[in-house]
Design a protein around this ligand. Structure first.
Ligand code: NAD
Length: 251
């Protein structure tokens, strides 16, 4: 049982490894014995992580191709880089819409296909993309965010179909509410952490490690027959819809 996950010695590339969920994924994979290459557009964010650090803007194809060239073949890609841009769809600036899609969707495609080529050459590999429950549940005033995550979940399924014959798996993890630097602005407001936690059946907002452990499982051979899947990691939050319905006698 010492290496139950079978990840020891695998080469893993993690995007967005400088912060939040990506950093937790990189740490979890490293703890499982993988050789982890941390990728972020903010190289300084990778300082002190103990990871091999690579700078790359995943929305720029030339950057991603150069990254794949430098890093060489790998077994695992975790796509966790991401951005948010506020705005109602009636007025979101096209530049904001395009910038978000460029990172959260196109960037995931660019890294996936750049590294899938090398995976095919070594008999297979695994792609894990960090999506969101926002991909199945629209989030108002979040610009292109929900659309980008819905499209990512579908893109991952298509990758699973197209790459399965090469032994390459593609799956998404959809987190619910996670406290990270991306969302810290909300939790910094007094009471929000408690109110958000109270809305979750498991009674708390997620820590990045809650997501990273599921990502690590999907990246491992223990999930060898799992592809095209989306695993919701939200403490049960998205099962609470019926709790909104007034039902005298049952409350
Ligand atoms: P974060 O802001 O803490 O970390 C994101 C990292 O991605 C940063 O280090 C940033 O520099 C990097 N990055 C951004 N754009 C990049 C680019 N173009 N190229 C390379 N690196 C880039 O955010 P987080 O909360 O850890 O989010 C990680 C992923 O999880 C995102 O895809 C996000 O949408 C998703 N997610 C987050 C939550 C949450 O509640 N925090 C919930 C669901 C899904």
């Amino acid at each position: 049982m010492s290496d139950w996950l079978g990840i020891a010695g695998r080469r893993a590339v993690v995007t967005g490894a400088g912060s939040g969920i990506g950093r937790a994924c990189a740490q979890a994979l490293a703890a499982a014995g993988a050789e982890v290459i941390g990728v972020d557009r903010d190289l300084s964010a990778l300082a002190g992580t103990g990871l091999a650090a690579e700078s790359c803007d995943i929305s720029v194809e030339a950057d991603v191709l150069a990254l794949a060239e430098r890093v060489g073949p790998c077994d695992i890609v975790v796509n966790a880089a991401g951005i948010i841009r506020p705005g109602a769809l009636s007025e979101v600036a096209l530049a904001d819409w395009n910038a978000l899609i460029a990172v959260n969707l196109t960037g995931y495609l660019l890294t996936s296909r750049a590294f899938a080529i090398g995976m095919g050459g070594r008999g297979g590999g695994t792609l894990v993309h960090v999506a969101s429950i926002s991909g199945a549940h629209p989030q108002a005033n979040s610009g292109a965010y929900s659309a980008s995550k819905a499209a990512l979940i579908m893109m991952s399924q298509q990758l699973a179909l197209e790459l399965g014959a090469q032994g390459i798996r593609s799956n998404t993890v959809s987190p619910g509410m996670v406290r990270t630097p991306m969302t810290e602005q909300y939790y910094a407001v007094p009471g929000v952490t408690e109110r958000r936690g109270a809305a979750v059946p498991l009674g708390r907002v997620a820590d990045p490690s809650d997501i990273a452990d599921v990502v690590t499982f999907l990246a491992s051979d223990r999930a060898r027959y799992v592809t095209g899947a989306d695993i919701v990691v939200d403490g049960g939050f998205t099962t609470t819809l019926m709790s909104w319905v007034p039902r005298p006698g049952y409350e």
